[in-house]
Design a protein around this ligand. Structure first.
Ligand SMILES: NC(=O)c1ccc[n+]([C@@H]2O[C@H](COP(=O)([O-])OP(=O)(O)OC[C@H]3O[C@@H](n4cnc5c(N)ncnc54)[C@H](O)[C@@H]3O)[C@@H](O)[C@H]2O)c1
Length: 341
């Protein structure tokens, strides 16, 4: 087949003679990443882009040089692989996944679901009793997992569970940094330094350590995916929860900053933002308010009319951990029953 105007830039870049023609006429441009990003465009579409400065005379000269070159005709129109021809993207078979905060709530529900989808898990929690319970649950259902007790706010503990993952399974596909704590509802000016540090240490520094030490492994591997649990308070403030809001805004910041740095290294980083989920964390709120005698002026409004079950968040986590999320990085994904609307 001779060159025609429907042939895509990607096909030209992958064709030795055609690539030589592009290199001759557009020497600097061909080595630029933007050129590869345009691989789905035709030459005419590329030249029509306002930010691309290729004179029409150059375009004509390229086409003239391409004219005698033979191309292999495509048998079927090459779109992205059709869903039916892709492997089962919901399956987590063969993936090694770390789950922090695995002893309760979103972490436990995610661990149970992801092990049912055949992931091998490294379960991490501060609380050894509830962590071991999750391990039991996973094993009872025929899943494969180990449990490591760790305080995510301590760098040595995080290094220890990362090491355990490598010793046990030899790789890390996904690190789900989920452990977190809620702050006491309080007016801003009454938050003690101690309370501020407690929340930041677990919710922000804990995520930082979980990312840093997973990234050290993933960078060597050349692949990996980090999923951080943020919150709707990563996007908008919640009344009387300044330290928690700051910690979760920080999680969104770490997620986006790392996503930019590692996007070309085969590593994706995303964050999920639950609204209100029925877990131990939210169950403790009424008693804590009663004890403090303080009532915030506003409470989160789940417009859907109910809290989420942790299993509903687990579905999102399992999807994110699968190859089905392959085009997502730096995403701050809201699952909040309409809270942020
Ligand atoms: N429940 C909600 O409404 C809600 C909403 C938005 C975001 N989140 C976030 O979801 C995540 C999970 O919360 P959850 O609702 O499942 O709470 P949860 O209290 O049921 O579970 C949290 C787990 O993290 C563990 N943990 C706490 N501090 C730890 C530490 N320093 N090191 C290791 N493990 C530690 C706890 O022992 C517990 O097992 C948290 O990051 C939380 O901020 C929860």
């Amino acid at each position: 087949m001779a060159y025609n105007e429907n042939i895509k830039i990607g096909d030209l870049l992958n064709h030795e003679e055609a690539f030589a023609v592009l290199q001759k006429h557009l020497p600097q441009f061909v080595s630029e990443p933007t050129f590869k990003m345009a691989s789905n465009f035709t030459l005419d579409q590329l030249v029509a882009l306002p930010q691309v400065n290729i004179p029409l005379s150059t375009l004509e000269a390229i086409k003239n040089d391409l004219a005698p070159i033979g191309f292999v005709a495509e048998k079927t129109p090459q779109t992205h692989a059709a869903p039916s021809s892709r492997k089962n993207d919901a399956s987590l078979e063969g993936k090694v996944i770390i789950v922090t905060g695995a002893g309760s709530g979103i972490g436990r529900a995610s661990a149970v679901l992801m092990s049912a989808r055949r992931a091998k898990l490294v379960l991490v929690d501060f609380n050894a009793v509830t962590g071991e319970e999750t391990l039991e649950l996973v094993r009872k259902n025929g899943g494969e997992a180990v449990f490591v007790q760790a305080d995510v706010s301590r760098g040595e503990d995080v290094q220890n569970y990362i090491q355990k993952a490598i010793e046990t399974y030899g790789k890390i596909d996904v690190a789900f940094n989920n452990a977190g704590i809620l702050q006491k509802f309080q007016p801003f000016h009454e938050i003690s330094e101690e309370e501020f540090s407690r929340v930041i240490d677990v919710n922000l520094k804990g995520i930082f350590f979980g990312m840093k030490y997973a990234l050290q492994v993933m960078e060597k591997q050349g692949y990996g995916h980090i999923i951080n649990t943020a919150s709707t308070t990563a996007i908008r403030a919640e009344h009387s929860l300044a330290a928690y809001t700051a910690s979760k805004h920080g999680v969104a910041g770490l997620t986006k900053a790392a996503a930019i740095e590692y996007v070309r290294k085969g590593i994706r980083i995303n964050a999920i933002c639950p609204g209100g989920v029925a877990t131990t964390l939210t169950a403790a709120v009424p008693q804590s308010l009663q004890e403090s005698g303080y009532v915030p002026e506003e409470f989160p409004n789940m417009r859907i009319g109910r809290y989420a079950e942790p299993e509903e968040l687990a579905e999102l986590v399992a999807f994110m951990a699968s190859d089905g999320s392959s085009y997502m990085t730096g995403s701050i994904i809201v699952a909040d029953g309409g809270l942020t609307l």
